[in-house]
Design a protein around this ligand. Structure first.
Ligand SMILES: C[S@@+](CC[C@H](N)C(=O)[O-])C[C@H]1O[C@@H](n2cnc3c(N)ncnc32)[C@H](O)[C@@H]1O
Length: 310
């Protein structure tokens, strides 16, 4: 079977990386990347360097849904700032709130067999659950989809990064053959295997961070130096959440975490290419905004089982 996939707010395309892994594992499926959408010029460069969608839309809000091609699988990690605690908009005036409408348009007009939507976990409780309940009732409209949702932490799915995210799964009722279940937790990899031991760069510890380094465990591996008061008691087991303010530090190597380490901590393969015209800092921001590849792979696997695709 050839799975036609479309992604929106595509970033650095974690779902496509996850699909590649699944197609390696299950020889009866292949995928065709039908469309992506991205507004950010650095993410667009990353997509062009690493992926090959038939169509790359620039703005999900400007496109005519009638000419968007049909797909079997749809993935969207629409911007999370409106729902995160760091949000500067205190009311629903934030224009990004409307992006869900565009996501919904794809689902209701193209009716893919399945979809995954990802966001920050605070979406569920924001405004006393008002936004989220409205989203759910929209996704359940016309009784087309079985909808499942859950907050999963990347560190429970192999990758040693503590990253809680909300995943909303939709499976078309008329195509579903078996129940969908969220993947069971699995063993976390050893965090030391995520250190790029051959990178011997050294970075200065800022004066303002000296106190932070006194408070962390001796065998700490990755910490975020943006949070100066944190103590990171588990930083010998997992890295803190990678954010869009790239401040990850590799303690045993005494330097900023490298691109290789950032990518690995989000499940991207070593072969992922940084375009020459995207700085390391910019790519780190994109990695901080991305979904974790391993989590998406496990979700897709269970979705495909429920559809009898694998
Ligand atoms: C939370 S990130 C999602 C990242 C993606 N899921 C990944 O795997 O890397 C949201 C993305 O939506 C993009 N975006 C914001 N507004 C957009 C719009 N109107 N049209 C298309 N993309 C948009 C942002 O540039 C950002 O890369």
């Amino acid at each position: 079977m050839i799975i036609k996939v479309g992604t929106d707010c595509s970033g650095i395309e974690a779902p496509i990386e996850a699909l590649k892994c699944l197609c390696d594992k299950y020889k009866n499926i292949k995928y065709k990347h039908i469309f992506s959408s991205e507004k950010d010029k650095f993410a667009i460069r990353c997509i062009k360097e690493n992926n090959n969608p038939d169509i790359l839309y620039e703005d999900i809000q400007q496109r005519d849904i009638n000419i968007v091609p049909n797909i079997n699988l749809y993935c969207a990690g629409f911007p999370c700032q409106p729902y995160s605690r760091a949000n500067k908009y205190k009311s629903n005036k934030d224009p990004r709130l409307n992006l869900f409408k565009d996501v919904l348009k794809v689902i209701m007009n193209k009716i893919p067999e399945c979809f995954i939507l990802e966001n920050v976990k605070t979406l569920v409780t924001l405004n006393d659950g008002h936004y989220f309940n409205e989203m759910l009732s929209n996704l359940k409209k016309n009784n087309l989809y079985n909808i499942h949702y859950k907050v999963l932490n990347s560190k429970d799915y192999g990758i040693p990064q503590s990253r809680d995210r909300l995943y909303i799964i939709g499976i078309l009722k008329t195509k579903q053959k078996k129940d969908f279940t969220f993947p069971p937790k699995c063993k976390m990899h050893d965090i030391l295997s995520y250190v790029d031991i051959n990178n011997n760069n050294k970075d200065e510890i800022k004066e303002s961070n000296i106190e932070l380094f006194k408070n962390i465990p001796n065998d700490s591996v990755f910490i975020d130096v943006g949070f100066r008061k944190a103590k990171y008691p588990n930083s010998n087991k997992w890295a803190p959440c990678i954010t869009a303010q790239p401040n990850m530090w590799c303690v045993p190597k005494n330097r900023k975490a490298s691109i290789k380490e950032y990518l690995k901590l989000q499940g991207f393969p070593e072969t992922y290419k940084k375009p020459d015209n995207v700085s390391e800092h910019q790519l780190k921001i994109k990695i901080g905004n991305s979904m974790t590849v391993n989590v998406i792979e496990k979700l897709l696997e269970n979705i495909f089982i429920s559809l009898n695709w694998i």
